[in-house]
Design a binder for this molecule. Structure first.
Ligand code: TYD
Length: 307
């Protein structure tokens, strides 16, 4: 019907416009009704295309080009999707008792000391809804939770976390340091609970809008060492058997090995200060300039203070 309509309308429209010749000295440009119809058609196609993109864009905030390139390469997430935001996104990952909570806090303090605006956060439970989800997820009495609902609840907590905390901070230009992110789900739910890794990855890509950290610090600790460091009663995940925790560790290491440019793997059995130093050395490489370019331009014109 659309085609017939176009055929019916295009010809009279072209005839109505007639033929025009634009003289420009030696040369002349002749345009007629057909050209006009094609230009109108092109403009309409652009408008419809943009409207369609607005309606169908399932990963708001991720540039279309990054998505297209990732799709052609067949990647799970577009690489460095967080690269397009002004802030810096660092995630800490590791098994139970790996010391990543301590290290992520130390990193946040170190960065604040240098004048950066830092948002230190964690998963699960960094938002109001997240606190409720955390209670369900880690309650040792909640034995009957199926693996799929567990994965979905972690993803729900993450979606809330990204939308309410992480993305706004990154757009403000802050440095976000999170204790656990998507890799925890790939390791614990994907490998630990033996769910299809592709499924867990897809659910999480959707939940986060494809937001990938600039750097993930993996504190790699053997479960035998990590589990003995824990104090207090074991939560639902901590009380899983040792093989579960071995699968988790293996997956974390595999994820890091697959994209070494986005990971720092540190040996969790090293002394705390050594780990901290290794983290500082790597983070220093990717830190944004604390003095914005505009203020550098302004100070550049000031007379230098000598002696
Ligand atoms: P938490 O008390 O925050 O401890 P820690 O991070 O220091 O281990 O517990 C979070 C637990 O939730 C931890 O056992 C791992 C688990 N978890 C998942 O299984 N999947 C996930 O996606 C996340 C974020 C955490």
């Amino acid at each position: 019907m659309t085609l017939l309509l176009v055929v019916a309308v295009a010809n009279p429209l072209a005839a109505l416009f007639g033929v025009h010749v634009l003289g420009m000295g030696q040369i002349s440009y002749r345009f007629d009704g057909t050209n006009v119809v094609l230009v109108i058609g092109g403009a309409l196609a652009i408008v419809v295309g943009l409207l369609a993109l607005r309606h169908m864009d399932d990963r708001k905030g991720v540039p279309l080009a990054a998505d297209l390139i990732a799709a052609v390469r067949g990647e799970r997430f577009p690489k460095g999707a967080a690269e397009h935001v002004p802030g810096l996104f660092v995630a800490f990952e590791g098994g139970e008792g790996s010391g990543k909570t301590t290290q992520s806090r130390l990193l946040a303090i170190w960065l604040r000391d240098q004048g950066y605006d830092v948002v230190q956060t964690r998963e699960p439970g960094a938002t109001k809804v997240g606190m409720r989800l955390r209670a369900i997820l880690l309650d040792a009495a909640e034995r009957g939770l199926s693996a799929r609902s567990e994965a979905l609840l972690y993803a729900a907590d993450r979606a809330e976390h990204v939308e309410k905390v992480i993305r706004p901070a990154l757009y403000r230009g802050s440095i976000v340091v999170t204790d656990r992110y998507v890799d925890s789900s790939l390791a614990y739910q994907g490998a630990g609970r033996v769910l299809d890794p592709e499924d867990v990855s897809k659910v999480n890509a959707w939940a986060t809008g494809g937001l990938v950290p600039h750097l993930t610090v993996l504190i790699d600790t053997p479960p035998e060492v990590g589990l003995t460091r824990l104090g207090g009663a074991a939560d639902r995940i901590e009380s899983e058997p040792l093989e579960f925790h071995h699968r988790v560790r293996k997956e974390f290491r595999a994820l890091a090995a697959a994209a070494p440019e986005r990971y720092l793997v540190v040996d969790g059995t090293l002394p705390q200060e050594t780990i901290t130093r290794q983290i500082h050395d790597r983070v220093r490489e990717i830190l944004p300039d604390p003095v914005p370019r505009e203020s550098e331009d302004a100070t550049g014109t000031m007379p230098a203070i000598r002696d």
